[in-house]
Design a protein around this ligand. Structure first.
Ligand code: FMN
Ligand code: FE2
Ligand code: FE2
Length: 386
């Protein structure tokens, strides 16, 4: 690695669910870096799952040196698991962190005494040729988060921001397209905090950034403008893909069939459309698709005087991630007393800037002509096409 910055992160290819919820079929990278200069700084630690690999890489990279600093940008356990080990091995090294992180640190390591230095917006830490400048990033996506900008190499250590699901090579590289994995990661992990992301992007706009060193996913060395552009869109809940997602949760298949027909109808009108079966699609993928499209139709069976749970789960996840500023159509199904629609409407109405297009479509088991007429009207209201 060039310019005195060394990648010492490690990937876990055995892990099934990141944060016990997000499928990571391609594994997960936990990144950490060492800056070797007159003074030596370690940038974050890693998750307990890759402790051994990281400790080996760290000690090999340090050689005879002792670290002077451990910069802690984020205290979530996937980055902080090894702070205790570090402090006990090198008690004379200084832990550099925000005041909020210093306040939270004892919750994670009650029995360890730390030598700490707290930093705030704009503070710098000179290492020799390299100087770290600290950028506060509260609630992206925890309160104690900061980023660090290295002034000589124009490097942004971006904490969890700009991360991606998936493993990387030993050099922190990955050949796959960054965008799909980074999008699902963004909307599900950082998603709720778009306003705070916008705040940090504003500060970053004043900096020349040549390389982004995130805490997950590959190091970003090219097309920085493109990545920052995606974050500008995602943090303002702006759809990058045209068209409408039709998300369906059907017990016996009738609602699913109707949803397929709706997708065909939309396509026939020249509106791009994508069907998502919520009973077969893990919810983080469904959330990312909904967020990334212009419009949404939700279609679900009634269930025990309520709503079929895969749809309820999806809507609650969308709400948790602050899905907003979209038009949404509703299709419900019930064989005797449909209840799904009212519940879908209630959850959607509790979200910001959601316009529910009328009429809501009610199917009684199988669609009839009246239902299709209602559906046409709902589609018209949603797409604005006649
Ligand atoms: C466990 C269970 C509970 C159901 N509860 C209701 C209900 O409370 N009200 C209703 O009208 N239909 C109820 N239904 C019928 C479903 O809503 C019915 O399967 C659906 O309307 C037909 O669409 P589908 O083939 O997409 O599931 C229930 C079905 C099942 C299997
Ligand atoms: Fe995190
Ligand atoms: Fe993380």
């Amino acid at each position: 690695m060039k310019e005195g910055i060394y990648y010492i992160g490690a990937s876990d290819t055995e892990i099934d669910l990141f944060e016990n919820q997000y499928p990571v079929p391609e594994g997960m990278a936990y990144n950490s870096y060492v800056i070797i200069d007159e003074k030596t700084a370690v940038m974050d630690t890693v998750d307990a799952r890759v402790t051994e690999k990281w400790q080996k890489r760290l000690t090999e990279t340090l050689g005879d040196r002792k670290p002077d600093y451990l910069v802690v940008q984020h205290l979530e356990p996937d980055h902080s698991a090894n702070i205790g080990w570090f402090a006990e091995k090198w008690p004379e090294a200084t832990i550099v962190l925000t005041a909020k992180a210093a306040q939270m640190l004892p919750q994670f390591f009650a029995d360890i005494k730390f030598k700490t230095q707290t930093v705030k917006e704009g503070d710098t830490l000179n290492l020799g040729k390299h100087t770290l400048q600290f950028i506060m990033a509260p609630m992206v996506h925890w309160p104690e988060v900061m980023m660090s900008y290295e002034q000589t190499t124009h490097s942004l250590f971006s904490a969890d921001a700009f991360g991606e699901f998936g493993a990387t090579t030993e050099n922190g590289e990955d050949d796959d397209d960054w965008t799909p994995g980074a999008r699902r990661y963004y909307y599900n992990i950082v998603g709720k905090y778009g306003v705070q992301v916008q705040g940090v992007l504003k500060k970053a706009a004043a900096l020349k950034i040549e390389t982004i060193y995130p805490l997950h996913g590959p190091i970003l060395r090219e097309n920085i403008g493109e990545y920052v552009g995606h974050y500008a869109n995602w943090s303002s809940w702006k759809a990058e893909q045209k068209g409408i997602v039709v998300a369906v949760a059907s017990i016996h298949g009738n609602t699913a069939k109707a949803a397929e027909t709706i997708v065909e109808k939309l396509k026939a009108q020249g509106v791009e459309s994508k069907l998502i079966d919520l009973t077969r699609t893990e919810v983080s993928y469904a959330v990312a698709e909904a967020m990334d499209h212009e419009g949404l139709i939700v279609a679900a069976s009634s269930y025990d005087a309520g709503l079929f749970p895969p749809m309820e789960n999806f809507l609650l996840h969308l709400k948790a991630k602050s899905y907003q500023n979209r038009k949404v159509g509703i299709v419900e199904n019930g064989s005797w007393a449909p209840t799904a629609g009212k519940i879908m409407r209630g959850i959607l109405e509790s979200m910001k800037g959601i316009e529910i297009v009328e009429p809501m479509v009610t199917i009684k088991t199988k669609p009839n002509e009246t239902v299709w007429a209602q559906t046409e009207e709902m589609i018209k209201a949603l797409t604005g096409k006649k």
